[in-house]
Design a protein around this ligand. Structure first.
Ligand code: C5P
Length: 287
């Protein structure tokens, strides 16, 4: 029986800028993203029968064609006329609808795994192009590591690894709609992060530079609408975070902290306010 396991790490946005709204209704973006050590797990088993089976080990997540993992399998099957099938088990650890690209990373991991078990021999670029058909964050998730993402998010330029630090994540128990956040964004009226500054900081391996250039234009929408997100950010800074920012369209906020003792303090402090709090590190490629 051919069986493989794939990890699907979450991402955070070190910066997220929207330059303008495009005629196709997407926003032209400049984002610096990095994968973190908080991952879902997928197991893929090759089936000789022409079928896609998905079993999600979490409540409230669809296991049919509404799930991006299912869509990834269906897309490959259709595009390459695959007659074999697959049974996928998805174990969730990444909070859902959180701004951490959990669903996109699951789809990216499925594309990678299916490329192997169906013997497709697609390159990373080919997988990224297919992933972009399903969602703007999927190409980045296929690359992983740290990268600059432009266009609608699908044009990826890999960057050096994020300098080592601690990352505290806190997700308030509210949901935000990504299309809704983009719809309410006023690109002409907000302060824009310095993307070039962030890229330089990553290239220099400068933790301080990253803290100086961190920014997310979508905070202008989500923080205004949900004061609890703003409060979490303020609490993180009060407890000693070196910097704190909302990831993606939210509602998860992350803190970057150089020292472990302070990261622990931020983590413990936040647990009083928030049910879902995590203390993680940047993602390290497995040797
Ligand atoms: O590509 P994806 O389906 O993940 O995007 C979700 C929604 O986020 C889009 O429907 C759009 O409203 C918004 N979006 C955007 N500009 C982007 C990416 C996403 O406005 N570059």
């Amino acid at each position: 029986m051919m069986k493989i396991n794939v990890k699907a790490p979450a991402k955070i946005n070190l910066s997220l800028d929207a330059l303008y709204k495009r005629p196709d209704n997407y926003h032209e973006l400049e984002m610096v993203m990095t994968t973190i050590d908080l991952a879902d797990r997928l197991q893929l088993v090759l089936l000789e029968k022409d079928t896609i089976k998905l079993d999600v080990k979490a409540h409230f997540i669809p296991d049919d064609k509404r799930n991006l993992v299912y869509q990834a399998a269906a897309l490959l099957k259709e595009r390459f006329s695959i007659k074999q099938g697959v049974a996928i088990t998805l174990d969730k650890s990444i909070p859902v609808a959180a701004g951490l690209a959990g669903g996109s990373s699951d789809a990216a991991a499925a594309l990678k795994g299916l490329n192997q078990i169906w013997g497709l021999q697609l390159t990373l670029t080919e997988l990224a192009n297919l992933g972009a058909e399903l969602g703007s964050d999927i190409p980045f998730c296929l690359y992983g590591g740290t990268a600059l993402a432009t266009g609608r998010g699908e044009i990826i330029k890999p960057l050096p690894m994020m300098p080592n630090c601690w990352i505290v994540l806190a997700k308030p128990s509210i949901s935000v709609s990504t299309p809704g956040v983009y719809r309410d964004l006023r690109v002409g009226e907000v302060e824009h992060p310095n993307t070039a500054g962030m890229v330089q900081a990553i290239q220099d391996g400068s933790f301080e530079g990253i803290c100086d250039n961190i920014g997310n234009v979508l905070e202008t929408v989500t923080l205004a609408k949900h004061p609890e997100v703003k409060r979490i950010k303020e609490k993180m800074l009060e407890f000693g975070a070196d910097t704190a920012l909302m990831s993606g369209s939210g509602p998860t906020v992350f803190a970057l902290v150089k020292q472990y003792s302070r990261a622990k303090r931020v983590y413990n402090g936040l647990r009083g306010f928030c049910e879902e709090v995590y203390l993680v590190r940047p993602w390290q490629e497995e040797k």
